[in-house]
Unconditional design. Structure first.
Length: 118
């Protein structure tokens, strides 16, 4: 599965950005789709995920500000980020997890930079 992310950029604190990730295959067969981020000098961390049953999960700092959704017809998963804070600055990666040919596989997109200025 190839994942193509887009939508990062520079925004002032309190602003909004919308990240999109398009998969090269039908996402209806993908167990979990999500967004992770990695700030300089820090480990990659989960931001939000959505599973095949449309259940969503968020890190505590994203709850109430971010919303993850998917469009099966467009094979796209989207992260709407509102009320952005400087601490949200990171490279954001799209992620897909699926059970394929008897084994779990994880795929990553190329990453998109999000910079929030104070």
């Amino acid at each position: 599965v190839q994942l193509q992310a887009s939508g990062g950029g520079l925004v002032q604190a309190g602003g909004s950005l919308r990240l999109s990730c398009t998969a090269s295959k039908s996402i209806s067969s993908i167990t979990s789709l999500g967004w992770f981020r990695q700030a300089p000098g820090k480990e990659r961390e989960m931001v939000a995920t959505i599973d095949s049953g449309d259940s969503t999960y968020y890190r505590d700092s994203a709850k109430g500000r971010f919303a993850i959704s998917k469009d099966n017809a467009k094979n796209t998963v989207t992260l709407q980020m509102n009320s952005l804070k400087p601490e949200d600055t990171a490279v954001y990666y799209c992620n897909a997890v699926l059970f394929d040919f008897g084994t779990w596989k994880t795929y990553w997109g190329q990453g998109t930079q999000v910079t929030v200025s104070s």
